[in-house]
Design a protein around this ligand. Sequence first.
Ligand code: COA
Length: 335
Amino acid sequence: MEEIKFNQIGVSFKGSGSYVPDQILTNEEISQKVDTSDEWIKSRTGISERRISRVEDNVADMGYKAALTAIEMANWDIKTIDLIVLATSTPNDLFGSAPSIQAKLGASNAVAFDLTAACSGFLFALITTSQFLKAGNFKRALVVGADQLSSFVDWNDRRSCILFGDGAGALAIEATNEFDNFIGFDMRTDGERGCFLNLPSKNNEDSIIDNIQFLSGGFSPIQMNGQEVYKFAVKEVPIILDKLFKKTNYSSDKVDWLILHQANQRILDSVGDRLRIPKEKILSNLEKYGNTSAATIPLMIDEAIRNHSIKQNDIIATSGFGAGLSWGAALIKWG
Ligand code: COA
């Protein structure tokens, strides 16, 4: 790792990548499992289908594939990458899946670690990574968001199983002394409301020897109070974005794109209305993928870069929100 000696260091966005499993689960197919319908799911969420990892897939593989395409777009020599941060709540190794991505890439000069903040995870990882770059500690970094929630969904719970899917996305970002395209951010947590969305540990009591008990590790499926999470998102996301605009002397009309965590089309529409951002500027791909947790924001950015919607120097307002409860916002300029 080479120490950077600039007085003022900014962040530049160099590449994006994504990966989704090829196995598609449609609303029609879910209705064969639980009492629901394509019409109900589409009208309440905007989701038509989602991707489900095959049994041989895992988060590290998905994250690796997304990261590799971001590196190709950035045109980086893999050995020049200093840092890899993986946002995930579903690592295939609880000790961390980022080192596995580092190894698969052959990014032997990079330090790699996981960061968990559920559906806010990618945004929190992007902010964390940007601070490392701006502090002059690292030059090139990969921020990866990957989740495989299909492994933790209760496929008999129609109130939650309709929402989630699997996928991965990644951004390649770099320190520069020429400009700063990471304009500002804000982050919040309210653990008091954490009970509205959980993937809790499920520990069975067991004993090692007669008088020494222990709790074996494991997890219960996702538990969600959909109405409370909905109310939280439509209230807090406009507030945090509005505060960020004021803090950075921006306003919603200067924004080219609003990229929200892709949870529910009704949440996207409501936030857009409250901020007076027209529908054409609000990017959405949840119809195809559902809520892929830490992957939604980079998956959406990558799609919009590759179909030439997002162009060099476009201003993007982005917000992640979810379990914790946690939420955050960032204002960036692409390029
Ligand atoms: N199919 C058919 N009916 C369903 C259903 C489904 N998949 N899920 C719930 N219902 C039923 C309920 O049982 C309820 O019936 P009842 O009135 O007879 O009891 C009725 O539909 C209304 O349920 P409700 O929970 O009020 O629905 P809703 O309009 O709030 O929509 C969500 C449910 C989950 C789509 C919505 O609350 C939501 O999207 N919340 C946010 C969740 C989220 O984004 N989580 C991740 C954040 S990162």
